[in-house]
Design a protein around this ligand. Structure first.
Ligand code: C2E
Ligand code: MG
Ligand code: MG
Length: 715
C-alpha cells in the first residue's frame, strides 16, 4: 500500500478518523476537507492545501467558512447549504471559494454526510464538470425507477427558477404529489406491482410536461401551459415545478389536471387499478423562502390536503405559517424566560376609597427581557393561551405570590395578593389539587390572603366545573374574583352559578363614566347587580379622584387604578404603603350621601382640569383638542355650560358659587392668549403665561372645593 503523506497521518491520528476515510482522503484527486458536526474542519488532504494555499495546520479547527464559499447564485447561503446537508445528507452544486490570497475560483462541490455515527461531513471540491463528463453528474441526479430527476436535481432547478423569478417578477409554483393509500397497494399487490404503478404515474406526469418544448409560449395562454420539471422525491412522492407562472389561475388549472391524471385508471399486469393523489402547493414569491423550505412547505400543505379528505390540493398559507412560526419562537423564548428567572410579578394596590385602607394588591406578570426591557403581558400572554406553558406560568405566579405574601408578613406588612388565572389552567382537572399542594407549603398563610382572578369568559366555558373549583378552593381559604366583569357577556344565570365573591368592573366602563352617561348607567347597573347577588365590587382602571368619588356614590368603595397607584416591583410596595395618603376629595365626599343632582358639580371640576390640560398639551406640540368657542367663550366650554346652566339654577344664590365667575372669565382670556403666542412662535412668553394659567386652575379648584363643602354640608 502506498505510504500516506505524513501531514495527513498526523492529523488522522489526532482526530482518529477511521482508516477507510483517511485512505480515501489521501488518494483523492479532489480537494477534500472533512468537517465535524459543527462544520469545523478536522482534516484536509494535499490537493486541498494546494488549491487553497492554507496549510493543514491553518485549516484544522476552523469553520469551513474559512474559504468563504459563495454558492452558484445568491439564492442559497452557506447556512442554508448546511441545513440541506444536515437534513438531506448531501448537497452538490457549483461554488466559488477564496484561497488564502483572496483569489476566487469556481468549483464543483459535492458535500456528503459520512454514513456512520460520527456526524462528519466530507466536502470534495473539483473543477466544474466539462461537457464530456457531464453524464455521471446527471446520473447521480436521476431516479433509476422512473428516470425522473431526483430531489437533488429538483432543488437545483428550483434554485434556478427562483433566481429567474426574481428577475422576471413571475411566479414559481411547487406542487408536491403524494399518492393516496399507496402503502396499501404495495402491501396487497407486492412491491414490483407498486413499482410499475409508480412508473406509470411518472410517465403520465412527464408526458404532460413540456420537457423538450423549448419554444416559449405567450404566458397569457393559460390553458396551454404545462409544467417544466417532474421529479420523484420519495417513495410515492413526486414534485411538479412550474416556472414563470403569470397568475394563480394557471396554477389551479394545472393542479386540477394533475388530480385528473392521477385518478385515471391504470392497467398493470392485466389488472385495472385506480388511485388518487393529494397535492400540496406553494408559490414563490408569496412564500418567499429558499428552495429546500419551499419543498418542505409544499409537503406541509400536502399533509393538510390529506387531512381534508385526500384527492384534492391544498395551498400552503405563508402568512399562517409565519404566524405559527412566530408563535413557536415566542413559546420557546418564554420557556427559557421562565427557566432563567426573567419573569417577574409587579403589584398594583387596591384600596377602599371611603376609609383609605389598602385592601390588597394584584400580581401582574412582567417579562424582564434582556434586550427589550420590561415587556407587558398583553404582548405575549394572548399568544400562549392555548399552550401548556400558560399553566406553568400560572403555577409559578401563584408560588411567587405566596412567597411574597410571607415575605411582606415577615416585614410586618399584612397584604393579600390576587393572582390572574388563565382559562386553560382553571379548567384543568387538577387545578384544586395543585392549589392545595401549593398552599400546603405555606402553613402560616393567613386565610383569604390568596385570591384568584378568573375571567368571566373562562368561567362560562364549564360553569359546573368552575362552581365546584371555587367551592373547593374557598374551603382551602382561597378567594375568587371575576375579572374584567361586564366584558364576558355572562348572563344573570351564569352569575348566579359562579360563586365568585368579588366582581371587578372592567376598566373600559370606568374610563368614561364622567363623560359618557351610557357608561355611567352601565356601571350603576353592574354595581346594582353585584349588590343584588351579594358580591363585593372592585372598580378597575380608576384614574382620577373624581371617578373615585362618583364610584363611592354609586355604591362601589373598592378601587384599583393608575389614579391610586401604578403596578410596581415588590420591593417598592412597603414604601408606597407607608407613604400612601388617600385623596382628600374622597374623604370630603365619603361621609355623606350626596344627591346625584350634585354630581355635575364634581364633573365641572374634572372638566376644568381637562380644559387646562389640553392647552398645556398643545404647548408640548399636541394638536389643540378644543373648538374655537370652547377656547374663547366662557359660556361655551363644558365648565361654562354647567356654570350658566344647571349650576346657576341649583347654586346661583350661594356666595361660593358666585366667586367662581370672575376667575373663570379670566381663564378664558388667558387660554386663547397662550394659544396665540404658541402659534406665533413666542414660546418663552407662552410658557410664562401657562404658569399663570396653572396658578389660576389651582384657585378655581380651591373655590370649587369650598362650594362643594358648602353644598355637602347642606345635606
Ligand atoms: P387585568 O387582570 O384586568 O389587570 C389590570 C390591567 O390593567 C393591568 O395591565 C394593569 O396594569 C392595567 N391597569 C391598572 N390600572 C389601570 C388604569 O388606571 N388605567 C389603565 N389604562 N390600565 C390600568 P397589565 O399588567 O398589562 O395586564 C394586562 C392583563 O394581562 C391583565 O388584565 C390580565 O388579564 C393579564 N395578566 C397579567 N398578569 C397575568 C398573569 O400572571 N397570568 C395571567 N394568566 N394573566 C395575567
Ligand atoms: Mg386581573
Ligand atoms: Mg381586569
Amino acid at each position: 500500500m502506498e505510504k500516506l503523506p505524513t501531514d495527513t497521518l498526523d492529523l488522522a491520528q489526532s482526530h482518529r478518523l477511521p482508516p477507510l476515510l483517511t485512505g480515501l482522503l489521501s488518494c483523492s484527486h479532489d480537494a477534500v476537507a472533512i468537517a465535524d458536526a459543527d462544520f469545523r474542519i478536522c482534516q484536509v488532504n494535499r490537493p486541498f492545501t494546494e488549491l487553497t494555499g492554507y496549510s493543514s495546520d491553518e485549516t484544522t479547527g476552523h469553520d469551513i467558512d474559512l474559504i468563504r464559499p459563495m454558492f452558484q447564485d445568491d439564492e442559497v447561503s452557506l447556512t442554508e447549504v448546511r441545513q440541506i446537508i444536515h437534513s438531506l445528507g448531501q448537497w452538490s452544486g457549483q461554488v466559488q471559494i477564496a484561497n488564502k490570497k483572496g483569489d476566487r475560483q469556481l468549483l464543483a462541490l459535492n458535500a456528503v454526510a459520512v454514513p456512520d455515527d460520527s456526524c462528519r461531513f466530507i466536502f470534495a471540491f473539483s473543477r466544474p464538470p466539462a461537457p464530456s463528463v457531464v453524464e455521471p453528474y446527471w446520473l447521480a441526479h436521476i431516479d433509476p425507477l422512473t428516470d425522473l430527476p431526483n430531489r437533488i436535481l429538483l432543488l437545483d432547478r428550483l434554485q434556478q427558477a427562483i433566481a429567474q423569478a426574481k428577475r422576471s417578477g413571475l411566479l414559481v409554483g411547487v406542487i408536491l404529489i403524494d399518492l393516496d393509500n399507496f402503502k396499501a397497494i404495495n402491501n396487497y399487490h407486492g412491491y414490483p406491482f407498486g413499482d410499475r404503478l409508480l412508473h406509470k404515474i411518472a410517465q403520465r406526469l412527464s408526458l404532460s410536461s413540456r420537457a423538450d418544448d423549448t419554444v416559449a409560449r405567450p404566458a397569457t395562454i393559460a390553458y396551454e401551459r404545462s409544467w417544466d420539471t417532474v421529479a420523484r422525491v420519495g417513495g410515492d412522492e413526486f414534485v411538479v415545478l412550474m416556472t414563470e407562472l403569470p397568475n394563480m389561475d394557471t396554477l389551479e388549472n394545472v393542479t386540477n389536471r394533475i388530480l385528473n391524471l392521477a385518478a385515471l385508471p391504470c392497467e398493470i399486469d392485466g389488472q385495472q387499478i385506480s388511485i388518487t393523489a393529494s397535492l400540496g402547493v406553494t408559490v414563490y414569491p408569496f412564500d418567499a423562502v429558499n428552495s429546500a423550505t419551499l419543498l418542505r412547505h409544499a409537503d406541509q400543505a400536502m399533509y393538510q390536503a390529506k387531512e381534508l379528505g385526500r384527492n384534492r390540493y391544498h395551498l400552503f398559507d405563508a402568512e399562517h405559517d409565519q404566524r405559527a412560526h412566530t408563535r413557536r419562537q415566542l413559546l420557546e423564548q418564554l420557556r427559557l424566560a421562565l427557566a432563567h428567572d426573567q419573569l417577574t410579578l409587579h403589584y398594583q394596590p387596591k384600596v377602599n376609597l371611603r376609609n383609605g385602607r389598602i385592601i390588597g394588591v394584584e400580581a401582574l406578570l412582567r417579562w424582564n427581557h434582556p434586550e427589550r426591557g420590561l415587556v407587558m403581558p398583553g404582548e405575549f400572554l394572548p399568544h400562549i393561551e392555548d399552550d401548556e406553558l400558560i399553566v406553568e406560568i400560572g403555577k409559578w405566579a401563584t408560588r411567587r405570590a405566596l412567597d411574597q405574601i410571607m415575605h411582606w408578613q415577615a416585614e410586618g406588612l399584612e397584604l393579600g395578593v390576587s393572582v390572574n388565572i388563565a382559562a386553560r389552567q382553571l379548567l384543568r382537572d387538577d387545578f384544586v389539587d395543585c392549589a392545595s399542594r401549593a398552599l400546603a407549603d405555606y402553613p402560616d398563610l393567613p386565610t383569604g390572603a390568596l385570591e384568584f382572578e378568573i375571567l368571566e369568559s373562562s368561567a362560562i366555558i364549564n360553569t359546573a366545573h368552575v362552581h365546584d373549583v371555587i367551592k373547593r378552593c374557598e374551603a382551602l381559604g382561597i378567594r375568587f374574583s371575576l375579572d374584567d366583569f361586564g366584558t364576558g357577556y355572562a348572563s344573570l344565570t351564569y352569575l348566579k352559578e359562579i360563586p365568585a365573591e368579588i366582581l371587578k368592573i372592567d376598566q373600559s366602563f370606568i374610563r368614561d363614566i364622567l363623560d359618557n352617561s351610557d357608561d355611567l348607567a352601565l356601571v350603576e347597573g353592574i354595581i346594582g347587580l353585584a349588590s343584588a347577588f351579594r358580591r363585593v365590587v372592585v372598580a378597575e382602571g380608576v384614574e382620577t379622584a373624581e371617578q373615585g368619588v362618583l364610584l363611592m356614590r354609586l355604591g362601589c368603595d373598592l378601587a384599583q387604578g393608575y389614579g391610586i397607584a401604578r403596578p410596581m416591583a415588590a420591593e417598592l410596595i412597603p414604601a408606597w404603603v407607608a407613604a400612601f395618603r388617600p385623596d382628600p376629595q374622597w374623604a370630603l365626599w365619603a361621609d355623606c350621601r350626596w344627591e346625584m343632582a350634585d354630581f355635575p358639580l364634581l364633573v365641572a371640576q374634572y372638566d376644568h382640569l381637562k380644559w387646562v390640560h389640553r392647552i398645556a398639551m398643545s404647548l408640548e406640540g399636541a394638536s389643540l383638542q378644543l373648538t374655537e368657542a370652547e377656547l374663547t367663550d366662557d359660556h361655551q366650554c363644558r365648565f361654562g355650560n354647567w356654570y350658566y346652566g344647571q349650576g346657576m339654577v341649583r347654586y346661583g344664590h350661594m356666595q361660593e358659587f358666585q366667586a367662581l365667575e370672575t376667575i373663570h372669565q379670566a381663564v378664558h382670556r388667558l387660554g386663547p392668549e397662550i394659544v396665540r403666542l404658541h402659534q406665533t412662535n413666542q414660546m418663552a412668553e407662552a410658557h410664562r403665561l401657562m404658569h399663570d394659567l396653572l396658578a389660576m386652575k389651582d384657585r378655581i379648584l380651591n373655590k370649587l372645593g369650598r362650594l362643594q363643602t358648602a353644598v355637602i354640608k347642606k345635606h
